[in-house]
Design a protein around this ligand. Structure first.
Ligand SMILES: Nc1nc2c(ncn2[C@@H]2O[C@H](COP(=O)(O)OP(=O)(O)OP(=O)(O)O)[C@@H](O)[C@H]2O)c(=O)[nH]1
Ligand SMILES: Nc1ncnc2c1ncn2[C@@H]1O[C@H](COP(=O)(O)OP(=O)(O)O)[C@@H](O)[C@H]1O
Length: 425
């Protein structure tokens, strides 16, 4: 680690005693803080859970100045740990944040070492080199077995890191919001063309395909005049009937059918789907801006139907960043649900809803593959509920839910009524 990185480390750790830490285990978040003086009382939840089986736990927090490299390092760290940790070590996502300080979230992993030889884990930790500094800490039970202490591992060449290495671990109250909310804006969800464009520009030297995507982008989000014809967006989870309905609307209304991400990005979509959220969501956000350009052009000549657009991008990003129950989502009216001021607004957004069992039936009949995210929708009910609720909370425009359980023709007639009522078509 260079001295510059060490200074960064010092700056992170120097705020350490005011930071809160969260560890996710079995769908629950366990919060703790640290302090230099021993305090009475019981150990934080995550440590009580570990106390019976482990003598030692570890955490790795990825903190760097370049957020693209830090996001990549966090992503790569998971593969390194899962590839080298002794079998049975349980790895849990971990974050560290300053309550109410946007952008203060640092991501990492917490794990307990169940290997016979502690040396194997410690050698792994020593060798973990990421393009960004990884703050390595170990946690050990105090002599009385009640309290736990956190030890900071100064990386080999960071003589500059002059700080006390031992802190006592104490319980912390859950924050008023999910920690990820601190970093959602322009990290998980992008609210301007410039913000998303900046991320893809920065990726150029680590992801060559990013340059090809950037070349396809408009110079900036053109402040176009409102299209003369209605723009109808059809949204919904996979297999709710969007493709069927959008194609029928195109034929019935003599409209143009567009999609987001647009066809021109198809060659790189799978590539960016493998990237960490910061990069992946920037890719999808820019896809919306390219589609907006196409809507602006076509909408001067004919009605436009769009298969997915901003709602899909924001809903999946928010529901992925904020884990756990629905109550963890940012409250209705939160700024995370607002429409980007520089993104073309449609006339109407229809959100198709289908009973989960009917949707699974349709998925089976459709027979097409599913994204990893769609797989997650199927076996993680909480994730699906968060995605659906995020769709509903997005405003500017909000979506109008339509029950897509009836036959394809009945759904078409119902949506046509909506369109004619709203767009006078
Ligand atoms: N279109 C779109 N898809 C996204 C976005 N973010 C994540 N995804 C993922 O991509 C899947 C949609 O892939 P598409 O090929 O657009 O979906 P589709 O062609 O409408 O067909 P379905 O998968 O049945 O919805 C979603 O279910 C998410 O898993 C986004 O911003 N736009
Ligand atoms: N209203 C409907 N009733 C019954 N099956 C439908 C209906 N709409 C679509 N389907 C079928 O469900 C499957 C998924 O539909 P599709 O239009 O591909 O959904 P999406 O584009 O949302 O993934 C397809 O096999 C399609 O024929």
């Amino acid at each position: 680690m260079t001295s510059r990185m060490a200074r960064k480390t010092v700056s992170v750790v120097s705020q350490w005693s005011s930071r809160v830490f969260s560890v996710e285990l079995d769908g629950s978040s366990h919060y703790f803080a640290i302090q230099e003086k021993r305090a009475g009382g019981e150990a934080p939840g995550i440590f009580r859970l570990k106390a019976q089986r482990y003598e030692r736990c570890y955490s790795l927090l990825v903190c760097g100045e370049d957020r693209v490299r830090t996001a990549r390092s966090y992503w790569e760290l998971r593969d390194k740990l899962t590839g080298h940790l002794s079998p049975g070590c349980d790895l849990s996502p971990m974050t560290s944040f300053l309550p109410n300080v946007k952008g203060s979230l640092i991501r990492g992993y917490f794990f307990s070492d169940n290997s016979q030889s502690r040396g194997q884990t410690e050698r792994l930790l020593q060798t973990l080199t990421c393009s960004d500094p990884v703050l390595v800490c170990s946690y050990s039970k105090c002599e009385d077995g009640q309290m736990w202490r956190q030890h900071l591992w100064p990386a080999a060449d960071t003589q500059l890191v002059e700080m006390p290495t031992d802190y006592y671990v104490v319980p912390s109250e859950p924050p008023a919001y999910h920690p990820s909310v601190l970093n959602i804006i322009n990290s998980d969800v992008f609210y301007s063309f410039e913000e998303a464009h900046e991320v893809l520009e920065k990726c150029g030297d680590i992801i060559p395909e990013a340059k090809s995507v950037v070349e396809l982008l408009p110079n900036r989000a053109e402040a176009r005049s409102k299209p003369d014809f209605p723009v109808i967006v059809i949204e919904g989870l996979d297999a709710t009937g969007k493709t069927t309905l959008t194609e029928s609307l195109r034929d019935t209304l003599g409209a143009v059918l567009l999609r987001s991400p647009p066809q021109c990005l198809a060659p790189w979509r799978a590539r960016f789907d493998r990237e960490p959220p910061l990069i992946r969501r920037a890719f999808y956000a820019l896809g919306n801006y390219i589609t907006a350009e196409q809507i602006g052009q076509q909408g001067m000549k004919t009605p436009v139907i769009v298969d997915r657009y901003w709602h899909s991008t924001a809903a999946y990003a928010i529901a992925t960043a904020v884990t756990g129950p629905l109550s963890n989502l940012p409250a209705e009216g939160s700024e995370v649900y607002r429409w980007p001021s520089d993104l073309l607004k449609p006339t109407l957004v229809v959100f198709l809803t289908v009973d989960p069992e009917e949707r699974k039936r349709r998925l089976r009949n459709r027979g097409l593959g599913k994204t990893a995210e769609e797989e997650e929708l199927d076996h993680n009910q909480l994730f699906r509920l968060r995605v659906e609720e995020a769709y509903r909370r997005i405003i500017g425009p909000a979506c109008i839910a339509v029950d897509a359980s009836p036959s394809a023709d009945q759904v078409l007639q119902q949506v046509l009524l909506l369109i004619r009522g709203k767009c006078y078509l």
